[in-house]
Ligand binder design. Structure first.
Ligand code: F6R
Length: 612
């Protein structure tokens, strides 16, 4: 959410910053800006809209080899050029970009206004520019780092912040508290970014800042110290292959590419982890002895959005297969209800980005109370992965489209692997374990086969969903999680109003909303619940609504009662979400296209939600 890029070196900074901002655009894209030090002037360019609008406005020969840039997802203040970052102090000699939220910005703003400061934006960030300026002017011999440090001491909230000073060309001061920052080492040049994506074209050697680190960056390198004083050294890490920028290839959108990447992403997630001979699985990062696993009393899976939906499937698998009582909780709700955390319970934190503030907050709540929390994370080295310190990477590869697709299936697959491994340690026999493991291993290829042709019924479903009033999604058990995920995708990508319900719950109220113009998507695998879900379908049809059924291939009952049928491969019920979610991802994609939406950058959204 919001992207930061900084550069100091010998090259012109603006093209490097613009390139970095383009790579970070998926993190926020309502406006963008940059500031560079051009001899005796701070040159500021900001534009509402995509980074392309900024790039068009930046003079091709803009000089200056020190600069910072930002792509914004608005929190405080509307989407205007004045509210776009960087923000300057009143003397136009200091520029600041900031991710996160300054929670006490209102009293700080009021105090500054009382002292005569005139604000030029509605943002929380602008207070930082003025505070830094005041401390800098008060004692310029103390230097820029001291001024940033003093200003940040007054601030409550989260920040990833980068500051340049006209008086100090060749220097960037940056600090982190809750919003990630990474420094990249070049040859006679140094880079800064909120996300390694922005750096991967220039360097693979990076240092991740920790919370309450402050860093002085110049062309020759960096010096990190702690906000409360004292130097600190952080290890240089080498970015892995996953940060390579692969582009969209022949696909029209990242979302479509990522949907079609699922055979490979699932294979990467499962590879080397399922051990079919022994009917079990191994997850390196878990480090739990059989005795530990036997003693687990409850598993809570924490996540937001799509990751929460994956968590629902993970919890169901853990309970169904491993016989460990389990539930999934929305991470943003969890931490604020003073949850009871027990030492013999286990927690999973599920996150694609590994930076979601709500999930990170929940992880910290569990840890403060002495609980054991394992990450189920995609982005290597991300804050949640590092804070958990143990867990499993889902290896779905970079997900650029804002709507999550391949991360969902990899998260589910990783938790199915965990469930299998725990199950074998507890109650599951070798034959059942072998059958489950072998079936899991067959999923990537079967997903690939299913994706080779657009499924029958898809465009009819698109027509119904884009022409109705709103869309209902129904399912039971793990298929309810899939229904939630399908509805979320359709909202995000096509802006179609929709809601998901456990199928049997519909008759307890929402059925009042049904009529001819409310298509109902029902996820109805051929499992023990199928006949009950078919009864729900009959109730839906009796109200005049049309039914789109995602059903198991070969099921001859569901097609008799559905208006549109999309068959998916037969599977173990716990594995079925890996198949039944596929048509719903494509439905959202095709509906978004039909309604001419910006598929990869839906309005109001951003990838990686780093504010609470
Ligand atoms: C939906 C989507 C969001 C994320 C949610 C959590 O397509 O992408 O709902 O799933 O913001 O993000 P992560 O998984 O990065 O923690």
């Amino acid at each position: 959410m919001c992207g930061i890029v900084g550069y100091v070196g010998e090259r012109r900074a603006a093209p490097v910053i613009l390139d970095g901002l383009r790579r970070l655009e998926y993190r926020g894209y309502d406006s963008a800006g940059l500031a560079v030090i051009d001899q005796d002037e701070l040159r500021l360019v900001r534009r509402v809209g995509f980074v392309a609008a900024l790039a068009a406005a930046v003079p091709a020969d803009l000089p200056g080899s020190t600069g910072i840039g930002h792509t914004r997802w608005a929190t405080h203040g509307g989407v205007t050029e004045d509210n776009a970052h960087p923000h300057l102090d009143s003397t136009n000699r200091i520029a600041v970009v900031h991710n996160g939220i300054i929670e006490n910005h209102m009293p700080l703003r009021a105090r500054l206004q009382d002292e005569g400061v005139v604000f030029r934006s509605e943002t929380d960030t602008e207070v930082l520019a003025h505070l830094i300026s005041i401390f800098y002017k008060a004692d310029s011999t103390a230097g820029p780092e001291a001024a940033v440090r003093q200003a940040l001491e007054l601030v409550q909230g989260t920040y990833g912040v980068a500051v340049i000073f006209l008086d100090h060309p060749g220097l960037i001061i940056a600090a982190r508290n809750g919003s990630p920052l990474v420094v990249g080492k070049g040859n006679g040049e140094t880079f800064l970014a909120s996300d390694p994506h922005a750096l991967s074209a220039h360097t693979r050697e990076v240092v991740y800042l920790e919370d309450r680190d402050i860093v002085r960056i110049d062309a020759s390198g960096w010096t990190i110290s702690r906000m409360d004083g004292g130097g600190v050294s952080r290890a240089v890490e080498v970015l892995g292959e996953e940060w390579q920028d692969e582009g969209r290839g022949d696909y029209s959108h990242h979302m479509l590419k990522e949907i079609h990447e699922q055979p490979e992403s699932l294979a990467r997630c499962l590879r080397g982890r399922v051990v079919p001979d022994q009917g079990t699985a191994r997850l390196g990062g878990f480090e739990l002895s059989p005795r530990d696993i036997a003693a687990i009393r409850h598993l809570t899976v924490l996540g937001c959005g799509t990751s929460f939906h994956a968590g629902l499937v993970g919890a169901a698998a853990m309970e169904g297969l491993a016989r460990i009582p389990a539930s999934a909780e929305i991470a943003s709700e969890y931490r604020y209800r003073n949850p009871v955390v027990a030492a013999d319970d286990l927690y999973f934190a599920v996150s694609q980005s590994g930076e979601t503030a709500d999930t990170l907050g929940a992880v910290r709540e569990v840890q403060v109370k002495g609980g054991r929390v394992f990450g189920v994370v995609n982005v290597v080295g991300s804050s949640i992965a590092r804070t958990c310190g143990r867990g499993v990477y889902v290896h779905s590869g970079p997900e650029i489209a804002v709507a999550s697709t391949k991360a969902f299936t990899s998260q589910v697959a990783a938790m199915l692997v965990a469930a299998l491994s725990f199950a074998r340690t507890r109650a599951l026999g070798p034959h059942e374990g072998k059958a489950f493991g072998e079936e899991l291993l067959s999923v990537p290829e079967r997903v690939g086969e299913w994706l080779t042709a657009e499924p029958p019924g898809l465009m009819d479903a698109v027509e119904l969903c884009t022409s109705g009033k709103f869309v209902f999604f129904l399912g039971r058990g793990v298929s309810h999680a899939v229904a939630l995920e399908g509805a979320l995708k359709l909202k995000e990508v096509a802006y179609v109003p929709c809601m998901a319900y456990p199928a049997a719950e519909m008759k307890h109220g929402p059925i009042a909303l049904l009529d001819k113009r409310t298509p109902v998507v029902v996820v109805v695998p051929d499992d023990v619940m199928r006949d009950k879900t078919l009864s729900t379908i009959q109730e839906v049809r009796a109200r005049g609504a049309q039914v789109i059924a995602i059903h198991t291939v070969g099921d001859d009952q569901t097609p008799k009662v559905a208006d549109v049928c999309i068959p998916v491969p037969r599977s173990n019920p716990l594995i079925s979400p890996l198949f039944s979610v596929l048509p719903l991802q494509l439905l959202a994609y095709r509906a978004g296209l039909a309604l001419a939406r910006d598929i990869d950058r839906p309005r109001n959204l951003a990838k990686s939600v780093t504010v609470e």
